[in-house]
Design a protein around this ligand. Sequence first.
Ligand code: FRU
Length: 479
Amino acid sequence: PQPTPQYRPAYHFSPAAHWMNDPNGMVYYKGTYHLFFQYYPDAMVWGPMHWGHATSTDLVSWKEQPIALYPDKLGWIFSGSAVIDVNNTAGFGKDAMVAIFTHHSSEEEKKGQSKHEYQSLAYSLDEGKNWKKYEGNPVLPNPGIADFRDPKVSWYEAGKKWVMTLATKDRITFYSSPNLKSWTKESEFGEKLGAHGGVWECPDLFPLTLNGKTHWVLIVNLNPGGPNGGSGTQYFVGSFDGKTFTPSSTDTKWADYGPDNYAGVTFANTGPRRIFMGWMSNWNYANQVPTAPWRNATTVARELALQQVGSQLYLVSQPVKETTKLFSSATTLKDLAVNKELDLTAKLKSVGDKFQLKISAKQLASFSVVLSNAKGEEVVIGFDKPTNRYFIDRTKSGQTGFSDKFAGRHTAPRLATTPQADLTLLVDATSVEVFADQGLTVMSELFFPTEPISTLRVYSGTGFQIQELTYAPLAPKAQ
Ligand code: FRU
């Protein structure tokens, strides 16, 4: 395939070449954010998995580093997490960076015994540059469950032990360990709760505080069975006592309603901040998207918090504050009346394909924002009042024929109950991430126009009054 530099995102991580999927082992250490990721360095499609590596000091500009983990005789290196072993519990060394990942043996898989996935360790004593696999691998053998993977490990301070949250087919299994090497099963969760349209993968468990009270959030990715088809990220809010997770509600909740945010989990070792990043794609077509010489990227990093609406607790995600500095020379327009169509391109003088757009209104009504190019290809983002849903329509967004699951209109419920509303859109050449109502409803969506986005208009059939609109292009130095 021809290289597609025009599709290269500027402020999302994508590997220089070849295939990537899930973010792995995300950890902050000594001023640097480490992102490892599912990587196949020999092709632009999924294959024998490695852990690629990238680093950043600000979560928005990423530098790709040499591959961290290569497949070995125990198998390919599937998803997992990383911790900083401050107390040297494993004995690898003080402050060792320890990766806990799934070994996936395709040879064992062929034997059909359902025991081909097990959890292993590797560690680095030089900030993720050089890695050694632990000679005692695997540390958690397979009990006979075909899908037994994606360990997310964190330190549970109240019990002074490590807790592993593991995806085990149709449920989560929690394990604990004093030293990362020997693991004891604590409990299972979710066999009959939440969405089960596909296998459960890439979980995460972490506390968040709201009004002085600590709640535990359990993230469970699943594929298929997402809210708009294919891959999706659901979560539960509840309590955790070091052994058992107890949900406070049985409703199914989604961290992102767009089709293109999967396998997201949070960084370790970030103190009070809880920072989430996902893979900005969907297994429905990730192997077919028309980019070269790489395939796929991450979402922007998002800071998580909890918000109460009625009797329910929801996760809210906002782009991390570091994102703000990417955008400069903002134009703010106030009190814009939208009756039918409002041509923003004329008002803004020029529109690029990498920008942040913020819109606020005192009274939310049906409206849409149309991103398009000279060929009339368009991505339509908006709100539909009768159904109380936000939507993104990429039906006519350019290249869509690479998969019959790509084109379409995707929707998300508005969870906020206030009349006033605000939306932040982050556009980066081939993606839009929509954070509505301070991140209570989020949608992430890819699109591949045959020439870059260059016009912006707002449309409302019933009339919509914008209180304030701010367009800020990506600063030249961030390109
Ligand atoms: C999720 C996933 C994980 C697995 C990895 C393999 O996208 O299927 O469950 O570890 O990708 O690349």
